[in-house]
Design a protein. Structure first.
Length: 216
């Protein structure tokens, strides 16, 4: 009798271990990966990717970090700057710096956003440095459509989700913070009216900016 009872207890535990407890861990199919690209169906669907097409090597937001890398780092494959610090996800992953993290806006907790830091100490902030290598197709996001890139809104304390942050009737991108005659959206440096210190205001020199529809 004792052995029979013990056998039943052991059998019950085995059922719980292989059935009941595993069921509690998550519904069936929670980690299903139909296309075998390393990204679960549910995650792909959540971020607007196709779970029936292997697209782990793709880069939906053109931030330099592949979709599979976004999944592994818990970042948003549809946002080039998941943590909103001005530094693109791909740049934060590939810059080799321990002071940048694509999921932490102020990685070293010094009160300065990662995008405003200068990881390689060359006098150019992280967010401006990555722009020199970006093609127009990978140009910076503009969530509120005010012609001012999200990464630049924080320089003025603007809200990247509000086209007119100060409610003065002028879109943030059309403001002229340094009063040099060039709107913030096209100014090389909207905090400095004479970027190259040659005594000539930026508005007299022109510039090369990405136009809508350009890809290179």
């Amino acid at each position: 009798m004792y052995h029979r009872t013990l056998h039943r207890v052991v059998a019950t535990i085995a059922v719980l271990a292989t059935g009941g407890l595993l069921t509690l861990a998550g519904p069936a199919g929670a980690a299903t990966d139909s296309d075998g690209d390393g990204m679960p169906n549910r995650w792909e669907q959540r971020f607007g990717l196709n779970p029936q097409r292997a697209n782990g090597a793709g880069d939906a937001d053109h931030d330099g970090l592949r979709n599979l890398g976004e999944f592994r780092r818990s970042t948003d494959p549809q946002s080039e700057d998941t943590d909103g610090d001005g530094d693109d996800d791909g740049d934060e992953v590939h810059d080799g710096s321990s002071t940048t993290d694509p999921d932490d806006a102020d990685t070293d907790e010094d009160g300065t956003l990662d995008g405003d830091e200068d990881a390689d100490e060359d006098g150019v902030t992280n967010e401006d440095e990555d722009d020199t290598d970006e093609t127009c197709v990978a140009d910076d996001d503009d969530s509120d459509g005010d012609a001012l890139a999200d990464e630049d809104e924080n320089d003025h304390g603007d809200d990247p989700a509000d086209a007119d942050s100060d409610d003065d009737g002028v879109d943030d991108g059309d403001e002229d913070s340094d009063e040099d005659g060039i709107s913030d959206s096209t100014d090389d440096d909207d905090q400095d009216s004479d970027v190259d210190d040659d005594g000539q205001d930026d508005d007299d020199q022109g510039g090369d900016v990405c136009q809508d529809g350009d890809e290179d």
